[in-house]
Ligand binder design. Structure first.
Ligand code: PLP
Length: 385
């Protein structure tokens, strides 16, 4: 059965997430405590590294990671203009200057050749984003970072569960920051995590996320001691046990859900491959496993009488909700004052006008994927040039 309207995302909480959360709600302890500790341990284990600090969002995880690396006024962070605004916003909050490197139009991820061109003596960090869950070119980026002794921090907010040459993202970057926002493939409702093999770095994130405090309230309660010290300038960005309980319950079904995402992506690819002259499919490579957070196609506008937005309207008329990930940062009103225009980023400019995100969530049925593909076929046929 095809539902009346096919949404872009749909969230199904696992029975375990509901049970765990109800138990936490009744436990008398709602803020950071044993559930957060268990969630950190489980996520680090899943990613195959030892250390993880849970935070209240991917944005705050990224912000604290940069601050702790000494990113500050006078420094630069090289990142992509093709991302959600959070990636650039946190660089500006640190006082540093975001320096944009254009993307590879096939993967939509930052192009290492462009990164190399944008390096300067002020470069404090390189911050790639794994768009749609497809890992950036970590080999080339890692080589640049090693050569110039610059940290590589991954905005892995789309790529929990992705594999790059059989490694998780935290295994190929100095630190990876995940988002567990409600639309992500692993969710707590709101939340995030900084995951890394660097023990002291993760510990520093943890301390910073709760006012720079040596012992949080839960530890003090366990030890029956009121005493704490403030050892650093901190902030309030800790995750609560309520959110961690949702995450723990969702993690339980994560592999099963990822298999479903993969099967949906495979079905889209199989169904849409014959339309190659009208659209480009997401990249697929043997050694790279996307987390399939999003399924983004790129329209070949030179073969169509309509533009991307009209295509999305036509999809909506046929009860299929689509999205656009992303409008480039330099094109957002506030960010226009940075004085950047699309002429500096030809690949980003070319890609973003063509991208359409199709519905993808574990409970999307095979018949619904076929329906979406049928609708695409119909629209392309109607508006073919
Ligand atoms: C690429 C990217 N980076 C960062 C974030 C920020 O994550 P959060 O919403 O958990 O702060 C998002 C959220 O959608 C994102 O898509």
């Amino acid at each position: 059965m095809v539902r009346k309207k096919i949404p872009l995302y749909d969230l199904m909480l696992t029975p375990k997430a509901i049970r765990e959360t109800a138990r936490t709600l009744k436990s008398g302890w709602l803020t950071t405590g044993s559930k957060v500790a268990a969630f950190e341990k489980a996520v680090a284990k899943y990613a195959g590294v030892r250390y993880a600090a849970a935070v209240n969002s991917g944005s705050m995880g990224l912000f604290m990671a940069l601050k702790l690396l000494g990113v500050a006024p006078g420094k630069e962070v090289i990142t992509t203009p093709y991302s959600f605004v959070a990636t650039t916003e946190i660089i500006l909050h640190s006082g540093a200057r975001p320096v944009f490197a254009d993307i590879n139009p096939r993967t939509l991820n930052i192009d290492p050749v462009e990164v190399q061109r944008k390096l300067s003596s002020q470069t404090a960090c390189i911050l790639p984003v794994d768009i749609a869950g497809y890992p950036a070119d970590y080999k080339a980026l890692g080589d640049i970072c090693d050569r110039y002794k610059i940290p590589l921090i991954s905005d892995a907010c789309h790529s929990f569960g992705a594999r790059y040459h059989n490694k998780s993202i935290p295994q190929v970057a100095d630190a990876a920051v995940f988002s567990f926002h409600a639309t992500k493939n692993l969710t707590c409702g709101e939340g995030g995590m900084v995951v890394s093999r660097h023990k002291e770095f993760v510990r520093a994130v943890k301390v910073m996320s709760l006012h720079g405090m040596t012992a949080d309230a839960y530890q003090r309660k366990l030890k029956n001691r009121w005493e704490y010290d403030i050892v650093n300038l901190g902030m309030k960005a800790n995750l609560s046990d309520v959110h961690a309980s949702i995450g723990l319950g969702q993690l339980d079904a994560f592999d099963k859900n990822q298999k479903k995402r993969l099967a949906i992506a495979d079905r889209y690819i199989k169904n849409l491959s014959p339309l190659a002259e009208f659209l480009e499919l997401p990249p697929v490579e043997k050694s790279i496993q996307s987390a399939w957070h999003l399924f983004i196609i790129k329209l070949n506008l030179s073969r169509l009488k309509i533009d991307r937005d009209r295509f999305i309207e036509q999809m909506a008329l046929r009860k299929v909700e689509c999205g656009v990930h992303y409008k480039p940062i330099y094109d957002l009103s506030f960010y226009r004052k940075m004085g950047l225009t699309e002429q500096y980023f030809p690949n980003t400019a070319f890609a973003w006008r063509r991208v359409v995100t199709l519905p993808l969530f574990p409970d999307l049925k095979a018949v619904e994927v076929d329906y979406v593909c049928g609708v695409i076929r119909e629209i392309l046929k109607k508006y073919a040039k």
